[in-house]
Design a protein around this ligand. Structure first.
Ligand code: PBG
Length: 323
């Protein structure tokens, strides 16, 4: 007798589907990335990311206050400095745009959400690389680590609850943990960009942060062909003291989420990156796909694959819609 079983019974009504839904997403599991630019009088729209802006200090404060009201888990702050140099000095300056934005965020919301700061030099260097360069123009791993340690302390001093080392230098999590401990910031957590790929899907982000990069980051970010290497990176980061490990981008790398999830005990995050955002926005603008459904499906898929936390430019939009 066929059909022997009828899975459609559980899909018959919205209530039935809600009852058996395996994956839910709460605003508290979402993190909103925000760009704060130095010297802006008005927020500046980012052409390649419709709906996303470079914030002024003031509008960033308002966006962060709203994020807290919406119950988001956190904000991830990126700074866009007016001046850059070869060693990224703006990253260490307590008056540098990112450190000031972190301090503003804490003043605005206190502990109501988790204030996270990107810990990387690419926004601050005139060559656009994530680290400092050696005499031959190569990214110098160990010289960069020294700067990351100081950057972590500067961000902790500004008030960051969690720092996000994203430069893919070997040993970065260990150096950041040691620097934070030595400075007495034992409570500042580390969200490690453990498996970060050299991805074309960061394209719009480069406009968002006025990136000066020529060339690519393939000597430090991972090859999209490799999965085992992602696990190796994640295990190293946990051993070095990561409190959360992250996979980035999310959609092309969903296979890594259950892999990493099953090998570590810390929370796993995934970064739904700029290109993933902009593709949906561009298609929705043309009426080719239903924006809200595509957004929900994107975030649900990332959660279903195994991410505990999702960084997404849609975080506030999704939370607002649930109201
Ligand atoms: C590096 C950094 C990048 C992103 C987050 N942190 C860009 C890069 O590695 O080139 C990309 C985020 C996105 O595309 O949404 N600080």
């Amino acid at each position: 007798m066929f059909p022997a079983d009828r899975p459609r019974r559980l899909r018959a009504t919205p209530a039935m589907r809600g009852l058996v839904s395996e994956t839910r997403t709460e605003p508290s599991q979402l993190v909103l990335p925000l760009f704060v630019a130095e010297g802006l009088a008005e927020p500046r729209p980012i052409g390649s990311m419709p709906g996303v802006v470079q914030h002024t200090r003031e509008t960033a404060r308002r966006a962060i206050a709203e994020a807290a009201e919406l119950g988001l888990g956190g904000v991830m702050l990126f700074g866009v400095p007016e001046r850059k140099d070869a060693v990224g000095s703006g990253a260490l300056d307590p008056d540098g745009v990112l450190n000031v934005a972190v301090a503003d965020a804490r003043a605005e919301v206190g502990d109501a959400l988790v204030v996270m700061s990107d810990l990387c030099l690419d926004e601050f260097t005139d060559h656009g690389h994530c680290g400092v360069l050696d005499a031959e123009g190569r990214v110098d791993n160990d010289a960069t680590l020294e700067v990351y340690g100081r950057m972590a302390v500067a961000q902790a001093e500004a008030g960051a609850h969690m720092v996000g080392p994203s430069g893919m230098m070997d040993g970065q999590v260990g150096v950041v943990r040691a620097a934070l401990e030595a400075a007495g910031h034992t409570d500042v957590a580390i969200l490690a960009y453990a498996a970060k790929y050299a991805s074309a899907f960061y394209g719009p982000f480069r406009e968002a942060v006025d990136s000066s990069l020529q060339g690519d980051r393939r000597t430090y970010q991972q090859d999209p062909a490799n999965a085992r290497e992602a696990l190796r990176e994640a295990l190293l980061d946990v051993a070095e003291g990561a409190d959360v490990v992250m996979v980035k981008p999310a959609l092309g790398y969903l296979d890594l989420l259950p892999l990493i999830r099953s090998h570590v005990t810390v929370p796993v995050a995934a970064y739904n990156v700029s290109g993933e955002y902009s593709m949906v926005e561009a298609a929705a603008e043309r009426g080719w796909i239903d924006r809200d459904r595509a957004i929900d499906e994107t975030i649900t898929s990332i959660r279903r694959a195994g991410a505990d936390i999702v960084l997404t430019y849609w975080a506030a939009k999704v939370a607002r819609r649930r109201r």
